[in-house]
Write a protein that binds this ligand. Structure first.
Ligand SMILES: Nc1ncnc2c1ncn2[C@@H]1O[C@H](COP(=O)(O)OP(=O)(O)OP(=O)(O)O)[C@@H](O)[C@H]1O
Ligand SMILES: [Mg+2]
Length: 253
């Protein structure tokens, strides 16, 4: 299990031109960063007042970089990851993905850019309960009209050790198995940027090690930039960058 079923030589080194090619061309001012987070603030208000969740978050990551986002529970890690993915909106500030200002796009274009460039592993997996493991992993491929979705999804599930569970629904899979389906779904589009929220949080040590190895393999083979939220110091130490949040602020990066 977990052996490389995709030989390195068969992995495309450049991402195929998608439907947004040209339309989303980088502005002249764009740097070589794959992701640039510029003075991002996030606050939420209700009848009891305003809560500042993120305060002046500012950093950039180059292609191929690996970064760990660390910090205590409630420090804003998941919120930051969701904003980088364009799934949540900042109250102030800018996020650029490959030079493109994510929040200058309409919802549909932002979703299309996300589908083209980002793999996201949620802290609580967010698998579709009415779809089998295989169908969950095929979904992003079908949304981008990829050919051979079934074969590619099968291969990726084999790679995370779930080749025997293709037809199983999330409710009959263990937490660790669901986490691996979520990882396969994020990996299968061979994203330029992989964002993962505690990707080994539900896995035993040995399985967690294999999943981490797979992520770093993807980083090496495809140049995928990795941003991992983790409480695991060992994983953080394997990343080139460590971004530490404390009460919504970066205290070291
Ligand atoms: N929509 C929201 N409304 C109100 N408060 C929110 C909202 N989203 C997040 N928060 C609060 O913002 C803070 C940061 O939440 P977040 O989920 O980003 O933390 P985290 O660092 O990922 O924590 P954990 O390690 O426990 O997953 C928390 O105090 C949380 O309760
Ligand atoms: Mg979180």
């Amino acid at each position: 299990m977990f052996e490389s079923v995709v030989p390195v030589s068969s992995v495309p080194l450049a991402f195929p031109a998608g439907p947004l090619q040209g339309k989303l061309a980088s502005p002249a001012s764009a740097s070589s960063s794959i992701v640039s987070v510029e003075h991002v603030f996030k606050s939420v208000s209700d009848s009891t007042g305003t809560l500042v969740i993120l305060r002046d978050i500012h950093f950039a990551l180059a292609g191929r970089e690996t970064a760990a986002i660390v910090g205590a529970s409630g420090s804003g890690k998941s919120t930051l990851l969701s904003i980088i993915a364009g799934l949540d909106t900042p109250s102030q500030g800018t996020v650029r993905l490959a030079g493109q200002d994510l929040f200058a796009l309409g919802e549909d274009d932002r979703a299309a850019l996300r589908a083209q460039k980002i793999g996201f592993v949620f802290q609580n997996f967010q698998l579709m309960g009415n779809l089998s493991a295989l169908e969950n992993v095929m979904l992003p491929l079908e949304l981008s009209s990829a050919k051979n979705a079934r074969a590619q999804a099968t291969e990726m599930l084999q790679r995370v050790g779930l080749g025997e569970r293709l037809g199983h629904y999330p409710k009959v899979l263990s937490g660790g198995e669901q986490q691996r389906v979520a990882l396969a779904r994020a990996f299968v589009v061979q994203p330029a940027l992989l964002l993962a929220d505690e990707p080994t949080g539900s896995l035993d040590f040995a399985t967690g090690e294999k999943v981490m190895a797979l992520m770093f393999e993807l980083n090496q083979e495809l140049g995928t930039t990795l941003v991992l939220v983790t409480h695991d110091q060992g994983i953080a130490a394997r990343c080139q960058r460590r971004i530490t949040l404390e009460a919504g602020q970066i205290v070291s990066a």
